[in-house]
Write a protein that binds this ligand. Structure first.
Ligand code: 13P
Length: 236
């Protein structure tokens, strides 16, 4: 069971250091824990969490080792910082920054080749779910990863229905279970659930047989709620 906190564009280095030093002392149950701060805060998180089991991951990575790619960060650069993994293909990247199934696959391969663990995000929009296209969308997104990524030992999928992200509309445990089971028919890797995971729903979601953890956004920014989510997920 893996609980990852995606901080998105929150917490600069000072706040990150403070949060991570408190996280070291918190009761996080028995789950594996990862935090994903913004790039500028990664070094601070790595330092503050040194000698703990808590991993530090980035929120994105470029496919080239270096080059003329203004604003991008490469996998060797993340490794040099002591970062352990990265999120790839988050719906906010797909929605606002032109991320496609093709660029997602390129980023995943570069990350894996350089020894980073990858959390690759997939999920349907509300309009797609209402149109009955959930399985078609997942087949396309997960199928692209299956067809484009050969080495999958360090690959995890996060099923994040876009309609549940930041909306307070969590998928029911049944909806999550159904989607996770479907994803695994395409690509058999661990699947995290993401989308309005909170202390009061984390236990029921984590109890589903094909829910292997959670990718937590807003509720991971507060130490008490993040630690509670980790403990709730530990019970299931
Ligand atoms: P929220 O938990 O804020 O809905 O965000 C989910 C998410 O996007 C995690 O990557």
């Amino acid at each position: 069971m893996l609980i990852a906190g995606n901080w998105k564009m929150f917490k600069g280095p000072a706040e990150t250091g403070e949060f991570c030093r408190a996280l070291r002392e918190a009761d996080l149950g028995t789950v594996d824990v990862v935090v994903c701060p913004p790039y500028v805060s990664l070094a601070e998180a790595v330092t503050a969490l040194a000698t703990t089991e808590i991993g530090v991951a980035a929120q994105n990575v470029h496919w080239a080792d270096d080059g003329a790619f203004t604003g991008e960060i490469s996998a060797p650069m993340l490794r040099e910082l002591g970062v352990y993994g990265t999120i790839v293909g988050h719906s906010e990247r797909r929605q606002y920054f032109g991320e496609t199934d093709d660029t997602v696959v390129r980023r995943i391969n570069a990350a894996l080749e350089h020894g980073l663990q990858v959390i690759a995000c997939v999920g349907e929009t509300e309009a797609e779910r209402e149109a009955g296209e959930t399985e078609a969308v997942l087949r396309r997104q997960v199928g692209a990863i299956r067809d484009g990524v050969a080495e999958r030992d360090e690959l995890v999928i996060a099923y994040e229905p876009v309609w549940a992200i930041g909306t307070g509309k969590t998928a029911t445990p049944e909806i999550a279970q159904e989607a996770h089971a479907f994803v695994k028919t395409i690509l058999d890797v661990p699947v995290l659930y993401g989308g309005s995971v909170k202390p009061d729903n984390a236990g029921a979601l984590a109890a589903q047989p094909d829910v292997d953890g959670a990718l937590v956004g807003g509720a991971s920014l507060d130490l008490k709620s993040f630690a509670t989510i980790c403990r709730e997920a530990s019970h299931s």
